[in-house]
Write a protein that binds this ligand. Structure first.
Ligand code: AMP
Length: 615
């Protein structure tokens, strides 16, 4: 039997939700539906966003109301317009196969007369944001005297937004004997207080521990210098070619600045904040929902309640003021059982805040290093390869062109063709990242803050705790005069000595020579690999550096051992140093080799004294 039927939901609703892909109830639905279906309890559900709570209260409401009658029987209050529209839409979908179900969305920023007209026509379920609801009540345009159920959704958020008084006034128009169901992601004292005020002996349900974020979210942070923040952010995006993300900023201005800079740099991004008109906001959200936008840059308030499926990354470009907000932000990803990553880009001074969020969430964050330009190029290359593999061919449409295409390539070998094909995209990144600097905050700065970061020790960075180094520093008699940069040199070393790029540590390119680090265990392999090697007719010399081994690795090492990058198809040995220099640049994205990622430093904002934050 369908598990929703077993919970007591009737067939026409179950058929409708099956079409939405609901096969099994989520844990909150499983536990709350039987309780709420009795219709005789007040209820407090402590549940994160994305757990399926809309159906947890929506389905019982559809069972309990009398749809033969056309007066308001249920009122759902929620903090934002987006959430209001979402809940309305969800309930309409659940009720698709029922007759005479009328749900109205009441929210600010849209025509009140349309909403009044719908109310006048007769509704059973009102989904509303408090401000507009109160406005309509004050116009005496609605009668809540026969309301049976009130749902307070995201109650903590409504209180955060200062709706306490409005909620009081609205609820005072509903009957004493109604049942109140309250859902909240967190349970601060104020929420406890309203629970106490409006409810008698409520049934309490806690999904997961208090404040614990969704377990499917991996939390990561990067430490960068303030001036490198934007460049680091872009690099993270480039390292995740299939990213579909929300980027959180703290102010409208920052949101706009970042979105503008990204657009200028050729990214598919737009901003969402309170200064936009409703129409503009709708347009942006539509593009995002339809996946015509890859990056949505938003403020906390504007993004509240957004439920877009399959968001892969939440990026905290600036950390929020409060732990609760972090939970809300990160809850935009990993919805409905999916996984997601929540990334914070911070400067070393903000590490304390990360620790506080960790304590609040009861979850450890993983410190990750900003990928090197070389890493990005590799990732992009394999993304292209993957795309070629999985592309859907429209046989009918392309058929007519095939003979001509074949003719064009008839002289070319398969290997040559593949190489060229992949290079079309790859070259842009190669060229752009050719001289890409290391964007991780320097060791001296980072180490002071790393002492307690046992995670990085777990991940074998060789940085933490002042422990003994795992690396040997080697000298090589090639340098920038030989047209090597760090990436080139890494490729050359890996190619020559057949070691993986993952294992190579810090690379220091000087004029006529360079240094690089390899694990002690690889030293022999490297020296053997370079035995009798020559570069453009000159013998290549490798020696163990007399300066002793450095403890640091600054180039994307720890990241490689965990996090979302586990699937990497590494192997620097596939690349050749020489190939990288041939790369032409044919894309709008970077705005020119070597220039794009430097032209927006973010300095203006970052140098401003920080506002006191309430952590
Ligand atoms: P909510 O917490 O209500 O915002 O729900 C989060 C997401 O989970 C929404 O996209 C729902 O459509 C989806 N969802 C809710 N319940 C289920 C279920 N039982 N099976 C699959 N998806 C669900």
């Amino acid at each position: 039997m369908n598990p929703f039927i077993e919970l007591g939901i009737r067939h026409d609703i179950v058929n409708a939700i099956s079409e939405l892909g609901f096969e099994n109830p989520t844990p909150i639905q499983e536990q709350s539906i039987p309780v709420l279906l009795t219709g005789s309890n007040d209820f407090v559900g402590l549940a994160q966003t994305g757990t399926g709570k809309t159906a947890a209260f929506g389905l019982p409401l559809l069972e309990l109301l009398d749809f033969e009658e056309n007066y308001p029987q249920a009122l759902i209050l929620c903090p934002t317009r987006e959430l209001c529209l979402q809940i309305t839409n969800d309930i309409k979908n659940y009720a698709k196969k029922m007759g005479n179900v009328h749900v109205v969305a009441v929210y600010g920023g849209a025509s009140i007369s349309d909403q009044l007209r719908q109310i006048k026509r007769g509704v059973q379920i009102v989904v509303a944001t408090p401000g507009r609801m109160l406005d309509i009540i004050n116009r005496k345009a609605i009668d809540f005297s026969k309301v049976k159920f009130v749902v307070l959704d995201e109650a903590d958020e409504m209180l955060n937004m200062g709706f306490q008084e409005d909620i009081d006034s609205i609820l005072s128009t509903t009957p004493e004997e109604k049942k109140t169901w309250l859902f909240s992601a967190t349970m601060p004292t104020e929420v406890r207080r309203i629970a106490k005020k409006y409810m008698t002996d409520p049934f309490e349900l806690t999904m997961g521990e208090k404040n614990t974020g969704n377990v499917n979210i991996e939390h990561e942070y990067y430490i960068v210098r303030a001036r490198d923040k934007y460049a680091a952010f872009k690099r993270i995006v480039d390292f995740n070619p299939d990213i579909f993300g929300i980027v959180f900023c703290r102010t409208k201005i920052e949101t706009q600045d970042i979105a503008e800079a990204l657009i200028k740099d050729g990214y598919n991004a737009d901003s969402l904040h309170g200064d936009l008109s409703q129409q503009q906001r709708d347009k942006v959200m539509k593009r995002y929902r339809d996946r015509n936008l890859q990056l949505l840059i938003a403020t906390d308030v504007a993004a509240r309640g957004i439920d877009v499926s399959d968001i892969t990354h939440v990026i905290n470009y600036s950390l929020p003021d409060e732990v609760e907000n972090y939970t809300h932000r990160s809850g935009r990803t990993a919805r409905a059982g999916k996984t997601g990553v929540s990334i914070s880009i911070i400067n070393a001074k903000e590490l304390g805040k990360i620790r506080q969020i960790e304590r609040g969430l009861g979850k450890k964050f993983v410190k990750v290093e900003i990928p090197t330009g070389f890493d990005v190029c590799e990732k992009q290359l394999f993304s292209i390869v993957h795309k070629v593999h999985s592309v859907q061919v429209n046989e009918q449409q392309i058929e007519q062109y095939i003979p001509r295409i074949m003719e064009e390539f008839k002289e070319m070998s398969k290997e040559e063709f593949i190489k060229r094909f992949a290079s079309i995209e790859f070259n842009r990144f190669l060229d752009y990242y050719k001289n890409a600097p290391d964007l991780n905050a320097p060791l001296e700065e980072g180490r002071r803050f790393e002492r307690n970061d046992d995670r990085s020790a777990d991940r074998g960075t060789g940085v933490s705790g002042g422990g003994k180094s795992e690396y040997t520093r080697l000298f090589i008699n090639l340098g920038s005069v030989d047209e090597f940069n760090r990436g080139d040199l890494l490729g050359y070393i890996c190619n020559q000595s057949k070691i993986s790029g993952r294992t190579v540590g810090k690379i220091d390119v000087k004029g006529v020579y360079s240094f690089f680090e390899v694990p002690h265990a690889d030293v022999e392999k490297v020296t053997a690999g370079f035995k009798d090697a020559d570069f453009k007719g000159r013998p290549v010399r490798i020696e163990i550096s007399g300066e002793g081994s450095s403890e640091s690795r600054s180039g994307g090492s720890s990241r490689r051992e965990g996090g979302y990058n586990r699937e990497r198809s590494g192997g620097g040995e596939r690349r050749e140093g020489g190939e990288r220099r041939e790369g032409g640049f044919n894309r709008e994205r970077s705005g020119g080799a070597g220039g794009g990622f430097r032209d927006f430093s973010g300095k203006r904002r970052e140098d401003r004294p920080e506002r006191r934050r309430r952590f």
